[in-house]
Structures are given as structure tokens and as C-alpha cells.
Design a protein around this ligand. Structure first.
Ligand SMILES: Cc1cc2nc3c(=O)[nH]c(=O)nc-3n(C[C@H](O)[C@H](O)[C@H](O)COP(=O)(O)O)c2cc1C
Length: 218
């Protein structure tokens, strides 16, 4: 089972609840499956560039115009996305670890999504066939921590909506969420209890992922 773990959190694990969820998740998954091939992408080590006009041309022009020939600058603008796409398209499972910042994903995660969720890289797009995945990801596990308490469907939560919509567009609809909310101890006396519940949920989701049936060729 190929697992791509993309982490957007600059803190060390002992200070980061979302990274602790990742430790619980991977601890259980690796215990249950000996065939896990894990690729770890720490976005603070592999910082994505912001989306550029050159990248836009290199990825979207071929969709509209078969005669398009990229310039050298346009070709180079795709270097980061092309590197990241290799691990993305080889993965069976994608794990995203992040804090909630200003109601949504950290900007560095959004920048990574803008790079890899591009036509010709992780999906193809045409008027005849619509959007078709070029990847084989079956499931996304979203591991998130937030200071505030969130109920499902909370209008202040732009994070899960963004992850669901953006990856749904690229053909991934199975998204499991483990959310350690209420992690601001100034306002939530039960922050520790909430964290413990989320750590247990992370291990439970790992059990489900361990059962995932992969394509026969694998
Ligand atoms: C820049 C910044 C923005 C934040 N925005 C929110 C927010 O919009 N909603 C919320 O509930 N918590 C917010 N928080 C609190 C974090 O989500 C919380 O501390 C969480 O535990 C961080 O995850 P971590 O422990 O994995 O780093 C914010 C924290 C920072 C530093």
C-alpha cells in the first residue's frame, strides 16, 4: 500500500496536536500492514511556490490548444508540481496533516494543492470526457486540529469544505476526517479529553484504511 503523507505544520510533534494525530494514525497503520510504503512530504521542507502565469499556461493551455508549445520558463514552472505529482499518482492513500488557520487550510497547503491539482498532472479534463483522474488514490485521511469547537457543517469551517471540494473535483470522494477540535485550553477545559478522543479516532481510521482493498495489479 503506497501512502503519501503531506504535512503542513511548522511545529515539532510534541507541540502539534495534528502531528500527534498523524503519529497515532501511522503507528496503527504500520502495525496492521507490513506492506505500507510511506512517502513523507513536509511542506516546510519542500515549500511549494505560489501559482504562476507560467504554470497556468503549461498546464491549462494544452487543454484548450493542441498546438501549444511551452517555453523553457513555462516548462521549468512545472518542476515542483511534476516532482510532487510522482508521489501523488503512485499513492493509494493520501494523508493530509494540518492545523486550522483562519478557518481554513494553512496557505502552504493551499499552495501545494494549487500546484498538484492541475490538468495533465493529477487529472485530465476535456469537453468530451469531463474530469478523469490520472491518480489512483482511493481515500484521503484528513488529520486536523483547531482551537475552537466545530460541529459538522459549521459555517466557520472552510477547511473541510475546501479539502472535500478540491479533491472531489480531482475524483477523490472518500475523505475520512479526524478532528481534534477545542484545543485552545483558555476556552476549553476539556481540550485534553478532546485530544484523547481524536487520537483514538485516528487509530480507528487507520484500522479502516488497513482493510482497504487495492487494485489487483498491486
Ligand atoms: C495563525 C493561526 C490561525 C488560527 N486560526 C484558527 C481558526 O480559524 N479557528 C480555530 O479554531 N483555531 C485557530 N487557530 C488555533 C489552531 O488551530 C490550534 O492551535 C490547533 O491546535 C493547531 O494545530 P496544531 O496543534 O497541530 O499546530 C489558529 C492558530 C494560528 C496560529
Amino acid at each position: 500500500m503506497n501512502v503519501l503523507h503531506v504535512c503542513a505544520n511548522p511545529k515539532p510533534t510534541d507541540e502539534s496536536v495534528s502531528k500527534q494525530l498523524a503519529a497515532a494514525f501511522f503507528g496503527k497503520l504500520i502495525e496492521l500492514r507490513s506492506d505500507v510504503e510511506l512517502v513523507n512530504t513536509d511542506l516546510y521542507d519542500e515549500k511549494p511556490p505560489f501559482y504562476s502565469y507560467e504554470l497556468y499556461k503549461r498546464t491549462w493551455y494544452p487543454v484548450m490548444d493542441e498546438s501549444y508549445e511551452p517555453s523553457k520558463a513555462e516548462e521549468m514552472a512545472m518542476n515542483y508540481a511534476a516532482r510532487q505529482t510522482e508521489a501523488f499518482n503512485a499513492a493509494d492513500v493520501l494523508v493530509l496533516t494540518m492545523p486550522m488557520w483562519n478557518c481554513t487550510v494553512p496557505a502552504i497547503m493551499k499552495a501545494w494543492m494549487d500546484q498538484v491539482l492541475s490538468p495533465g498532472l493529477t487529472f485530465s479534463i476535456s469537453a468530451e470526457e469531463g474530469v478523469k483522474p490520472l491518480h489512483k488514490i482511493k481515500s484521503i485521511v484528513l488529520l486536523v486540529a483547531s482551537g475552537g469547537v466545530y460541529k459538522e457543517g459549521d459555517e466557520r469551517d472552510a477547511l473541510s469544505t475546501q479539502v472535500r471540494s478540491a479533491f472531489g473535483f480531482a475524483g477523490i470522494d472518500d475523505i475520512e476526517i479526524v478532528w481534534a477540535d477545542g484545543q485552545n485550553p483558555l476556552f476549553n477545559m476539556d481540550a485534553d479529553e478532546r485530544k484523547q478522543m481524536a487520537l483514538e479516532a485516528a487509530a480507528e481510521i487507520a484500522e479502516d484504511i488497513a482493510e482497504l482493498e487495492l487494485d489487483a495489479a498491486e
